[in-house]
Design a protein around this ligand. Structure first.
Ligand code: SAM
Length: 288
C-alpha cells in the first residue's frame, strides 16, 4: 500500500470532506488537515459546522452551500478555485452528497475542469451495513422514502423483488409507519435491521424479521427517536424460481392471467423450453 500525506493535487482543488455522524473522534487526521489548510469551507449549515470547527480549533472561513443556493453560489466557489485557492465542501454530518447537498457544486466544478478530491470518512449507510450481518457484497441505497404513505408504498413495491440488500434513511417520527409498510410489502418474515443513533450514546442495532421489528419498535417509544437507517434483506426467489429465468417467468405470468394453472404451465413450458413440472411448481407458488 502506498501512503502519502500530500494535501493538494494542484492548486484550485475542491475537497469533498466527510465529517462525523455523531462521534467527533471519527473525523480523520486528513480531513482535519484539509479543513485547516483550505481557503474556504462550503458548508450546508454554517452555524452547525462552526461548532465542529471550533471543537477542533479550526478557523477557516465558512460559506453557505445548501440545497437552496447551491446552483447559484457555484460561481462564487469556482472563482476561488480559479484564483488558485483550495475549497472544502462539508455537510452537517457524514459524507456530502449522500442525501445531502453538494451534487450541483461537484458537477459544476468538474465541468469547469477543476479537480474534485474525496476525503472519505463516516457515512451512516456504510456504517450500518458494515455491522448489520446482512449480505454486503451487493446492496442498493434508496435514500429517504416519500413522506406520504401512498408514495412510500409505491416505492417499496418497486423494490419488492430486489435481490440486493436494501438500505433506507428514515426520519424518527415516521420510523414505525415506514417499518409497518415494509412489513406489508416485503412480508412478515423478511430479515431487517434498524440502526439508530450510530456512533452516539444510545447507539442501537436491532436485527429481526420485519413483523418482530415492528412490534419491538412499537413497544418502545425510545426506538422512535434519533437518527435511523433501515436495512432489509434482498428478495429471495421461492425454491425453484431461481432456475426459471425472467423471460420464462414473464411468459408464465401472462398465461396465468388468461388460463388455468396447469394449462398455463404446460404452454409456458412449450414456449420457453423450461421443464413443465418446474413451471407448474413456480406457478403454484406465484398464485399461492
Ligand atoms: N450525509 C449523511 C451520511 O453520510 O450518512 C446523511 C445525511 S441525511 C440528511 C441524514 C440521515 O442519515 C438521517 O435522517 C439518518 O437516516 C441517517 N443518519 C445520519 N446520521 C446517523 C446516525 N448517527 N445514526 C443513524 N442514522 C444516521
Amino acid at each position: 500500500m502506498s501512503q502519502s500525506v500530500v494535501t493538494s493535487v494542484q492548486p484550485g482543488t475542491l475537497y469533498v470532506v466527510a465529517t462525523p455522524i455523531g462521534n467527533l473522534d471519527d473525523i480523520s487526521a486528513r480531513a482535519l488537515r484539509i479543513l485547516r489548510e483550505v481557503a474556504l469551507i462550503a458548508a450546508e449549515d454554517t452555524r452547525h459546522s462552526v461548532r465542529l470547527l471550533q471543537h477542533f480549533g479550526i478557523e477557516t472561513p465558512l460559506a453557505a452551500c445548501h440545497e437552496h443556493n447551491e446552483r447559484e453560489q457555484g460561481g462564487r466557489f469556482l472563482a476561488r478555485l480559479q484564483a488558485g485557492e483550495d475549497v472544502a465542501l462539508i455537510s452537517d454530518a457524514g459524507t456530502p452528497l449522500i442525501s445531502d447537498p453538494g451534487y450541483h457544486l461537484v458537477r459544476q466544478v468538474r465541468a469547469a475542469g477543476y479537480p474534485v478530491v474525496p476525503v472519505p470518512g463516516a457515512c451512516a449507510l456504510i456504517a450500518a451495513l458494515s455491522a448489520a450481518g446482512l449480505p454486503s457484497d451487493r446492496f442498493i441505497f434508496e435514500g429517504f422514502l416519500p413522506a406520504k404513505a401512498a408514495g412510500r408504498r409505491a416505492r417499496l413495491e418497486q423494490v419488492r423483488e430486489e435481490p440486493r440488500t436494501l438500505i433506507f434513511y428514515e426520519a424518527p417520527h415516521r420510523i414505525l409507519e415506514c417499518l409497518e409498510d415494509m412489513r406489508s410489502v416485503f412480508g412478515e418474515e423478511r430479515p431487517a435491521l434498524l440502526a439508530r443513533e450510530l456512533t452516539k450514546t444510545f447507539e442501537t442495532l436491532k436485527g429481526l424479521p420485519l413483523a418482530e421489528l415492528c412490534a419491538w419498535v412499537a413497544a418502545d417509544s425510545n426506538q422512535q427517536r434519533g437518527e435511523c437507517v433501515v436495512l432489509v434483506a434482498g428478495w429471495q426467489a421461492p425454491e425453484g424460481e431461481e432456475a426459471v429465468n425472467a423471460d420464462a417467468l414473464r411468459v408464465l405470468d401472462l398465461l396465468l392471467a388468461e388460463m388455468p394453472l396447469k394449462r398455463a404451465a404446460a404452454l409456458a413450458a412449450e414456449i420457453t423450453g423450461v421443464r413443465k413440472n418446474l413451471l407448474y411448481q413456480v406457478a403454484l407458488q406465484r398464485q399461492g
